[in-house]
Design a protein around this ligand. Structure first.
Ligand SMILES: Nc1nc2c(c(=O)[nH]1)N[C@H]1C(S)=C(S)[C@@H](COP(=O)(O)O)O[C@H]1N2
Ligand SMILES: [Mo]
Length: 372
């Protein structure tokens, strides 16, 4: 009986083309089925209301470790210095006069989905600014420069080895990463000037990397000949994960970087004919998404339909499945994303998750519960 309904899920795709993938409100006669694993409402994406591929600015979360920086745009400058032959200082007008580029990219905090109260720290946004790579090249980095450090205007005193030091928020990228063509110095978010809480007047946009790398209130870019080890590179936003190696558990500590293969069941709507339309999103570090599969209760995984029309390399992809004859009672719904490299979003009892001892980079499958 349950098996038959799952077959129906699979069949639904060959019979129907994708509908407008959750962009529509529930039609008359349709109802949104609330989840039993309730996501508390807070200042972040509320999955159950996911309708538009682009997340409106008002629904985008914000994370500011040192509070929001006050920047006076009239006196604000971006300085590029350190191991460069041609240091530069640019005003916002100088930056706006450079080639303009937009990219749709998913911004996700690496702590997202670490616990049920923090599952909406994500948004899919159209960013506009100027590419970083040509500007860095114009500054002519020295051959021995290997590291690009990005400083924000926000600051705080930090204790480092028992002494106190004033610090600006900072994160770095290797020069190789910084010269990727798709990294932006962004001044607009969904066509509006960047809001203060999101880093006005200028922030870094690093498509495919977790939010921690997307430095807000950018004021200085410095090139170094060694790795940079600030709090947010080396002490916080680190992942400690165990891995079995020759019969021994090796504990590896790494700095949070590229995003993971992830997906979520976002929204369940009961349609007039009694069937359930299940929609969700899936995203990666930019590696093409190969498939999203859905599992209802303890049944087999079945493929969901992907919305390929809306795909852009660093943006999330919406997916959809129809459960034609849902049985009454409680059910679990879980999705898993699979990328073109064959990486599969793991279950929570997978060693890669079980042996992860810090909460960042939590890409375990999200089990959602409903009652029919
Ligand atoms: N200067 C600065 N940049 C920052 C942060 C910060 O605290 N200060 N937080 C980072 C983190 S942890 C995340 S998840 C993203 C969040 O971006 P948002 O606040 O625009 O959503 O900004 C990143 N950039
Ligand atoms: Mo974050």
């Amino acid at each position: 009986m349950v098996r038959r309904s799952v077959t129906a899920v699979a069949l639904a795709f060959s019979e129907y083309p994708l509908s407008l993938l959750g962009i529509d409100d529930a039609a008359p006669g349709e109802t949104v089925i609330p989840f039993l694993d309730v996501q508390p409402r807070s200042n972040m994406l509320y999955w159950q209301e996911l309708k538009s591929w682009i997340t409106p600015n008002k629904d985008v979360f914000a994370v500011s470790h040192y509070g929001k920086a006050d920047v006076d745009v009239a006196t604000w400058r971006l300085e590029i210095s350190g191991l460069v032959h041609k240091p530069r200082t640019l005003s916002l007008a100088d930056i706006r006069a450079r080639p303009r580029k937009s990219i749709v990219a998913t911004l996700e905090c690496s702590g997202n989905s670490s616990n049920p109260g923090f599952m909406g720290a994500i948004g899919n946004i159209k960013w506009t600014g100027t590419p970083l790579a040509p500007l860095l090249k114009e500054c002519a980095p020295l051959d021995r420069a290997v590291e690009t450090v990005f400083f924000g205007a926000d600051e705080k005193t930090e204790k480092i080895r028992d002494q106190e030091f004033p610090q600006n928020f900072a994160r770095s990228l290797s020069i190789r990463d910084a010269l990727r063509g798709d990294i932006l110095l962004a001044y607009e978010m969904n066509g509006e000037p960047l809001a203060k809480e999101h880093g006005a007047p200028l922030r870094l946009v690093v498509p495919g990397w977790f939010g921690i790398a997307w430095v807000k209130w950018l004021t200085r870019i410095e090139l170094l000949d060694r790795r940079y080890m600030s709090k947010y590179m080396a002490r916080e936003y680190v992942t400690i994960r165990g891995e079995e190696h020759n019969g021994k558990t090796i504990w590896r500590e790494t700095s949070v970087g590229p995003m993971d293969v992830k997906s979520i069941v976002a929204r369940v709507v009961r349609q007039e004919d009694g069937s359930l339309r299940i929609t969700g999103a899936a995203w990666t570090d930019g590696t093409p998404l190969k498939a999203v599969e859905l599992r209802i209760d303890e049944n087999n995984w079945v493929p969901a339909g992907l919305d390929t029309r809306q795909r852009s390399k660093f943006a999330w992809t919406f997916w959809e499945a129809t459960w034609k004859s849902p049985t009454s009672g409680e059910h679990t719904l879980v999705s898993r994303a699979i990328d073109a490299e064959g990486r599969v979003q793991p279950p929570s009892d997978d060693p890669s998750i079980k042996l992860k001892r810090t909460y960042w980079e939590a890409n375990q499958q999200w089990v959602r519960k409903i009652r029919i």
